[in-house]
Design a protein. Structure first.
Length: 288
């Protein structure tokens, strides 16, 4: 069949097959999302109108995107956006793509400081903020909060600023290594962080979307994966309010060791943050 007479349904079938052969589990979904991006339509239309013709230009544009995905570039880098807590966050190479696993941390923040809670209008520091997914999602839901994002990566600072503006969150975005952007006496009600926590040697064994494409700076937690946890835990208390909370995402299997780090640092109480499957995704450490 001539390229210019191919239908959306046929193109999807062929491209999903190619993606599947390249080892991509979400082949059909990814093909649909890329074609929807090129055609500027909703995925549902491929089911209601599979006979819809694809023009030569559209075919060419789609092929370029498909080639990128076949090279295992993450879909979010190709489309330039990733949904998190129902909001679209701009992402690009150099930025860790927000994971749905992280959403339970935001839910916990809302539980602690939202309309149902005693504590209002918190000052929140999102350390290693990347796209800003955690801090900005909290800011959207806590309009009185003071939100500060901080990241050592310049790309993260630019992207965090851009997302704060597009989501209309009044956030400050700072550039620097962990706590170095703070004034000595600056204190927060909550310090939240999803720091790099993968053990250096384990990165090469991850999916190519992560190991090849995502920034090592945002993934590697040093030899054992705990380098940033240790640095954050040892310094956070000098920047927490007297009843402050330190909340950390925990990588798979890291919750126990992380809990011990927090206990040894003298927090009064530590709560596990679990997802719907019961897996511990984070810890919240309370000073009182
Ligand atoms: N959750 C990410 C992954 O599993 C890692 C993020 C991080 O290191 N904080 O790939």
């Amino acid at each position: 069949m001539a390229k210019n007479s191919i239908t959306a349904g046929e193109l999807l079938r062929d491209s999903a097959l190619r993606l599947r052969e390249a080892g991509i589990d979400t082949a059909r979904l990814d093909a649909e999302l890329l074609l929807a991006e090129v055609l500027g339509c909703e995925r549902i239309s491929f089911y209601t109108h599979p006979e819809c013709p694809v023009t030569e230009d559209e075919y060419q544009s789609f092929t370029k995107l498909l080639e990128r995905r076949l090279a295992r570039e993450p879909l979010a880098y190709i489309t330039g956006t990733k949904e998190f807590m129902g909001e679209d966050f701009a992402v690009c190479p150099g930025i860790l793509i927000p994971r749905p696993d992280t959403e339970v941390l935001v839910e916990k923040i809302i539980e602690l400081f939202g309309p149902e809670s005693e504590r209002k209008d918190p000052a929140i520091l999102d350390l290693c903020s990347g796209s800003g997914a955690i801090g900005l999602s909290a800011g959207i839901r806590l309009p009185g909060a003071k939100i500060v994002l901080s990241d050592v990566s310049e790309t993260a600072v630019v992207t965090g600023r851009r997302n704060a503006d597009s989501l209309s969150v009044n956030a400050e975005v700072r550039h620097g290594d962990l706590f170095e952007t703070l004034l000595p006496d600056e204190r927060f009600d909550l310090i939240v962080s999803n720091p790099p926590y993968i053990a250096e040697d384990e990165i090469k064994g991850l999916e190519p979307e992560v190991s090849v494409w995502e920034p090592r700076l945002a993934l590697s937690g040093g030899a054992d994966g705990y380098q940033f946890y240790r640095r954050i835990v040892s310094q956070a208390q000098s920047h927490l309010a007297s009843d402050g909370v330190l909340m950390l995402e925990a990588g798979d299997g890291q919750a126990q060791t992380l809990r011990e780090l927090l206990e040894n640092a003298g927090y009064a109480r530590i709560e596990e943050i679990r997802d719907l499957t019961g897996t511990v995704r984070g810890l919240a450490a309370f000073l009182v």
